[in-house]
Design a protein. Structure first.
Ligand code: NAI
Length: 256
């Protein structure tokens, strides 16, 4: 039996991941703004600290963290939840992970990570400068480029995984760190867009594989998370596994 922390556990992908671990007999501690076991606002530094405190109180060791909490709003707060909310929480949970058995961490990026985006915003995230990132985010919104904020947050997260996974603090302690990059998954996050014919058409175009044209089943994301989080995964770390019906391959082609 493993102790699993799942953020964003109240809805969508996080809820499905939490349910899957529970169904296999593992202990899940869900973190969300409401509806989880630990209620914390991961958009705020004090909320992240509170979550770490509460989790440290509840568990002596953590074997799995799956960071699903995220926002897709074209607003600066999306950077705080999708990037800083993940990176700060994981930094705070490292001591618990080091005490875990075969510790595994999976963060949820997105196929949006391969979209062309606002490079300065990605850099501010990777520099771990939240003030600067929020400031650039506000300026992007003013310039009518708020739509790029989501992609920037997910690209920064995927790059953070890549530069962090092989370090002494992670690989050196046997902690695998990977990302999944979902394509279009029908959850409350995209429900409104999916409800309109134009939105449905636009979203469907983003899934090239004919068999799955339309949204990807959330179960496909869960299986990939479970594979990466399994103790038997002793070799995959630092990767983003796109579960996107071919969207990454279509967008990036064969570029290395
Ligand atoms: P969702 O909206 O159903 O669930 C997101 C969860 O995160 C919610 O329970 C929400 O309360 C929580 N959350 C948001 N802000 C928070 C905060 N400040 N503090 C704590 N929790 C917070 O969305 P979905 O689709 O399940 O998304 C999960 C992850 O998957 C997100 O990171 C999203 O960006 C990513 N993703 C989703 C895709 C999709 O098509 N649905 C595609 C690619 C990535």
């Amino acid at each position: 039996e493993r102790t699993c922390v799942v953020t964003g556990a109240a809805s969508g992908i996080g809820a499905a991941v939490a349910e899957s671990f529970r169904a296999s007999g593992h202990t899940v501690i869900g973190v969300d703004v409401a509806g989880g076991d630990v209620h914390a606002d991961l958009s705020r530094p004090d909320g992240r600290r509170f979550a770490v405190e509460q989790l440290t109180r509840r568990a002596a060791a953590v074997d799995v963290v799956v960071a699903c909490a995220g926002l897709a709003r074209p607003e600066p707060v999306t950077l705080s939840v999708n990037y800083f909310g993940v990176v700060d929480l994981l930094a705070g949970l490292l001591p618990l992970l080091r005490r875990g058995r075969s510790p595994r961490v999976v963060v949820v990026s997105s196929v949006a990570a391969v979209h062309r985006t606002l490079d300065s915003l990605v850099q501010a995230c990777l520099d771990h400068d939240e003030e600067a990132a929020l400031d650039l985010g506000r300026r992007a919104v003013e310039a009518g480029k708020g739509i790029g904020i989501y992609a920037a947050s997910k690209q920064a997260l995927a790059r953070w995984v890549r530069r962090t996974a092989s370090t002494e603090a992670w690989a050196g302690h046997g902690i695998a760190l990977n990302a999944v990059g979902p394509g279009v998954v029908l959850t409350p996050m995209i429900a409104a867009e999916w409800a309109s014919p134009a939105g449905r058409e636009a979203l469907s175009r983003q899934v090239p594989m004919p068999l799955t044209r339309g949204p990807i089943d959330v179960g496909q994301i869960v299986r990939t998370v479970r594979f990466l989080a399994d103790p038997d995964n002793t070799a995959v770390t630092g990767q983003t596994v796109y579960v996107d019906g071919g969207a990454d391959a279509q967008l990036r082609g064969d570029r290395q």
